[in-house]
Design a binder for this molecule. Structure first.
Ligand code: GLC
Length: 584
């Protein structure tokens, strides 16, 4: 087991110019599946606290913890019943405060997850809205509408829910008659809030304040692009072959004036949030989850006075070839530069097919909608892990910050053969058992080579782990920790080197301007960052020539002067030794 010693990171962070979040590496803790402290099969705060030393040693700067609030767990905690407390299965408010303090003691910042698009249907506001009847102030906090057709028996429009089926559900009024319909862009247990109601706006500012005052360093904003709807609620009117209408989170991709995704009105909300965050010393920070149609539209969320950062999902949807990787990096960097914001690179998260599996598929692509796993072609995990190493070096070498998803440092693959009876993602039921959903990337982490849940906890976890993750040659932390050739050792080395390079000034100031693309052939992505660092990635078939420079790290075995396919290397050019004094 790894030690819990504090890492030297705080001092290095302090040495770096600018706010900490501009080039931070943040580790996503999916609380249900990270570590189970009380042996009930479900991860919890005690589990996270017992493993914070592992995260400090891994070398990340911050953690983002998925929603931990009281919740019926209809969508794994994204259905919040009380924004100011902790789900009892995860711990208590005192545990949460202790976690934040402990993390800070280790030099780790803590980002929480705010869910402003919808509440749980068990939130007191929604319970009150149902009891209060049409036209009441309680109903105005949500999006209730009369139905269409005789007796209002048809939904108000043709919008579909992301998880499948119509986005509307009819309620029974307090007098027992069938009544209005409410909008739920996700599960029926997640009614959408009405952000035109001032009480909603005030409430969320207050919730942010509640957690900021308890030490949270910032928030990840769930469905940040969804809060504002066209009040006219027009039909989308565009049916796909399965009879669904724009069900994807990526629905915005094809429509510039979408009635519920990425509407201009969301920006005003985030200006008020940023103002609140800037009132703290040091200021708090936001990262938006916004699935929008272009880098320019993403950058609009990051204009001065708006949000600090947003996940950049473009590598998630980019095919694995040099041209697309180069184009993706360039367009993201340029769009972010235009608003003075750093890019936040992402390869995986709790909604997306794990990238070892994605990159191991013959065509190395994902489904159009990352919420739905893509079964086109068998994945080759050996190829996937080789590419995953190269992809890590690429994103860590680019200017900006990086979000890592728990388990990617172990090279975990998507678990695609979970038995149907254990699936919990609402997508499975809502799609009438045609879409398995996202559970395959949410399987509990393997910490030890043996045990009822491979060290996740004292009991079997809420989802079963593949047998191949256990044993001395498996993927557990225990099996990898002392193996210099393991994925875990590779992540630790890459993160340590990146910190050292940044602290020594080898990576320059950051931003697209600090980067020069090098032409080493069409299959090769190569760039230099002044004053002395080069990253070379070969996403092509054959071996590519290596430029001169001292090798700092390679994602696979190198031949003399050559870079094999699907590998990457970091080279030092003018920069010399990690122990040299910081460049002026
Ligand atoms: C976001 C979350 C996802 C959740 C959805 C609804 O996309 O990442 O897990 O299901 O929002 O809250």
């Amino acid at each position: 087991m790894t030690s819990t010693a504090a890492s030297p990171r705080p001092a290095l962070l302090a040495a770096r110019p600018g706010p900490w979040w501009r080039d931070a590496v943040t580790y996503q803790v999916y609380i249900r599946s990270f570590a189970d402290g009380d042996g009930d099969g479900m991860g919890d705060i005690a589990g996270i606290r017992s493993r914070l030393g592992y995260l400090a040693e891994l070398g990340v700067d911050a953690v983002w913890i998925n929603p931990w609030y009281p919740s019926p767990q209809a969508d794994a905690g994204y259905d919040v019943a009380d924004y100011r407390d902790i789900e009892p299965a995860f711990g208590t408010l005192a545990d949460a405060e202790a976690l934040i303090e402990q993390a800070h003691g280790l030099g780790l910042r803590v980002l929480l997850d705010i869910v402003p698009n919808h509440t749980s249907d068990e939130h007191p506001w929604f319970v009150e809205a149902l009891a209060s009847g049409p036209g009441s102030p309680a109903r105005r906090r949500y999006l209730f509408r009369p139905g269409k057709g005789p007796d209002g028996a048809l939904p108000p429009n043709d919008w579909k829910a992301v998880f499948g089926g119509p986005a509307w559900r009819r309620v029974t009024e307090p007098d027992g008659r069938p009544g209005e319909w409410y909008l739920h862009l996700f599960d029926p247990k997640q009614p959408d809030l009405n952000w035109d109601d001032p009480t909603v706006r005030t409430e969320f500012l207050d919730i942010l304040r509640f957690w900021f005052d308890r030490g949270a360093d910032g928030f990840r904003i769930d469905v940040a692009h969804g809060l504002v709807k066209d009040p006219a609620m027009p039909d989308l009117g565009r049916h796909d072959p399965r009879g669904l209408v724009e069900p994807q989170l990526l629905g915005a991709a094809t429509l510039s004036d979408h009635p519920h995704w990425d509407r201009p009105g969301v920006h005003e909300i985030y200006r008020t949030w940023r103002k609140l965050a800037e009132g703290y010393d040091p200021p708090k920070v936001f990262v938006a989850e916004a699935w929008v149609s272009s880098p320019a539209r993403l950058a609009a969320y990051l204009r001065p006075g708006e949000l600090n950062t947003a996940f950049d999902f473009d590598f998630v949807i980019a095919p694995w070839n040099a041209e697309s990787l180069r184009r993706t990096a360039t367009s993201s960097l340029l769009a972010h530069d235009s608003v003075g914001a750093p890019v936040m690179w992402v390869l995986s998260n709790h909604d997306i097919t794990r990238h070892v599996t994605r990159l191991g598929r013959p065509d190395a692509r994902v489904a159009k909608d990352p919420l739905r796993s893509d079964h086109h072609g068998e994945a080759d995990p050996v190829l996937g892990r080789r590419r995953a190493r190269a992809a890590l070096l690429l994103e860590l070498a680019l200017p900006g910050g990086v979000y890592l998803y728990q388990g990617e440092e172990l090279g975990l693959e998507e678990v695609e053969d979970l038995p149907e009876e254990v699936l919990q993602d609402p997508t499975w039921a809502r799609s009438h058992h045609t879409e398995r959903g996202r559970d395959g990337c949410r399987v509990p982490l393997p910490w030890t080579a043996s045990g009822p849940s491979l060290g996740f906890g004292a009991a079997p976890g809420w989802l079963p782990q593949p047998a191949s993750w256990g044993g001395p040659g498996g993927l557990s932390v225990e099996a990898q920790a002392e193996d210099p050739g393991s994925m875990l050792s590779f992540y630790r080395t890459a993160l340590r080197l990146r910190r050292e390079l940044a602290a020594q000034g080898a990576l320059g100031a950051g931003g697209a301007a600090s980067l020069t693309w090098l032409d080493l052939g069409e299959d090769v992505v190569a760039f230099r960052r002044e004053p002395g660092f080069v990253c070379v990635l070969n996403a092509g078939e054959g071996a590519a020539p290596l430029p001169a420079g001292r090798q700092l790290l390679a994602s696979g075995p190198m031949e003399e002067g050559q870079l094999p396919p699907d590998t990457s290397v970091w080279l030092s050019t003018t920069w010399s030794a990690p122990s040299a004094p910081a460049a002026s």
